[in-house]
Design a protein around this ligand. Structure first.
Ligand code: GDP
Ligand code: MN
Length: 385
């Protein structure tokens, strides 16, 4: 199995090895994107950090000229679904004014049982497509792993590909560095597409791919750390699996817990209506017993994007008083409630439930509208602190 680094992680590895990369910052919320873009200076590229190719075409990359456009781009990319991947981080990057785009990469040629270096002046597009439509546009140089890549092999591949002589030396040196990384980090694919060439013959890695052998990760603590960091974003989804919740992460800061998909959807719409932004969709399902309530709270509390939580429970089989006891029990376990919690109960025994709720720990509202409005206010207050 391969571990795939995110673009921003691969760029970190490449930059450490001396490959020029554009100035960039990682961001996970809209304000963070705007701040980063303002700091880097316009134009910048806002790029979804998910493991799919062709992000540009799919709407996952936007070039922006000012703060307003940066905000719009962040709004549309963060939280979007890109070919089945939820985007929760973007790389904000100095845009490169390029005249040419190259492809350079090292991969394993399974047929030959040897690594192969590839260079093409048809960069910036899917290299598999180039390989199919115009195989001669890719220069290939096989490498004997017991000797490593000789600098002349790098120069030959670059020459064969027809790379402009003015940048040939820099491109060769980058190709050699890629091979050294491939070898030293137990890589499977190490690629730059596009490697951009500017007007004044600068060579910059505008994208970065680095896939490494998962079984060799123990030899590379730096990469292991990156894997953990990347998995962090999915930690909540893993928890949701474990707890058997229906859960979707969204890009806002209002945590939502409810039972029944319809009720959660209604709550989501109301959050939006009151000017808030939902942080998640969390349906605890039927039987909202104390333990499930505690698990749901554990999830939203551990989501650092959440500033306030609204509980919207409709008592059916699970009665309102049971739910209320569950909420009390779950919250009493905390020395300090991490984020404000607003509760609205309806259905069987809801009145009893309301009375049981410990109002030192939660805010109780009678109607769904009031509960949501109050939560949105709390979220705004927390956010402003
Ligand atoms: P991928 O499609 O997911 O591989 O994403 P890339 O990072 O390779 O970007 C795809 C395309 O977006 C590039 O080939 C460029 O044409 C364009 N692009 C990306 N970054 C920049 C940039 O900084 N400046 C400009 N002008 N175009 C960019
Ligand atoms: Mn690319």
């Amino acid at each position: 199995m391969d571990m795939r680094l995110h673009e921003y992680q691969a760029k970190e590895v490449f930059a450490d090895a001396g490959i020029p990369t554009p100035a960039s910052q990682l961001a996970s919320d809209v304000d963070g994107v705007v701040d980063a873009a303002d700091e880097i200076g316009y134009p910048v590229a806002v790029k979804a950090q998910v493991h799919v190719g062709g992000r540009g075409k799919a709407g996952g990359i936007k070039l922006v000229e000012n703060s307003e456009e940066a905000r719009e781009a962040a709004d549309s990319i963060l939280g979007m679904d890109l070919k089945g991947y939820h985007v929760d981080q973007v790389l904000v990057e100095e845009a490169v004014d390029f005249t040419n785009e190259l492809y350079v990469g090292i991969t394993m040629d399974r047929g030959e049982g040897k690594p192969v270096a590839m260079v093409s002046t048809k960069g910036g597009v899917n290299i598999e497509e180039v390989a199919e439509e115009d195989p001669d546009a890719i220069a290939r140089e096989h490498i004997d792993p017991s000797f490593g890549m000789h600098p002349y092999q790098a120069r030959k591949a670059v020459y064969d590909a027809g790379v402009d002589r003015a940048v040939a030396r820099d491109v060769s040196s980058i190709l050699k560095t890629l091979y050294d990384l491939w070898e030293s980090k137990d890589g499977s694919d190490v690629e730059i597409n596009p490697l951009m060439i500017t007007d004044d013959d600068e060579v910059i890695a505008a994208d970065a791919v680095m896939n490494v052998d998962e079984d060799a990760l123990f030899r590379h603590p730096d990469l292991e750390e990156m894997e953990e960091e990347a998995a962090g974003g999915d930690e909540l989804e893993r928890k949701a699996d474990e707890y058997d919740f229906d859960y979707v992460r969204l890009s806002g800061n209002v945590g939502i817990i409810g039972n029944g998909a319809g009720l959660v959807m209604t709550t989501l719409d109301l959050v939006d209506h009151y000017g808030g932004e939902p942080a998640n969709f969390l349906d605890v399902g039927g039987g909202a017993k104390a333990e499930r309530i505690a698990n749901a709270l554990d999830m939203v509390f551990s989501d650092e994007n959440v500033d306030a939580v609204v509980f919207n429970i409709f008592g059916g089989i699970t009665r309102g008083d049971e739910v209320a006891r569950g909420i009390n029990e779950a919250l009493e376990a905390f020395d300090e409630i991490p984020k404000p919690v607003v509760v609205r109960l309806a259905g069987t025994n809801w009145e009893e439930g309301m009375e049981i709720l410990n109002e030192d720990l939660v805010t109780v509202e009678q109607t769904l509208e009031d509960a949501v409005e109050r939560t949105v206010e709390y979220a705004e207050e927390v956010n402003e602190q």
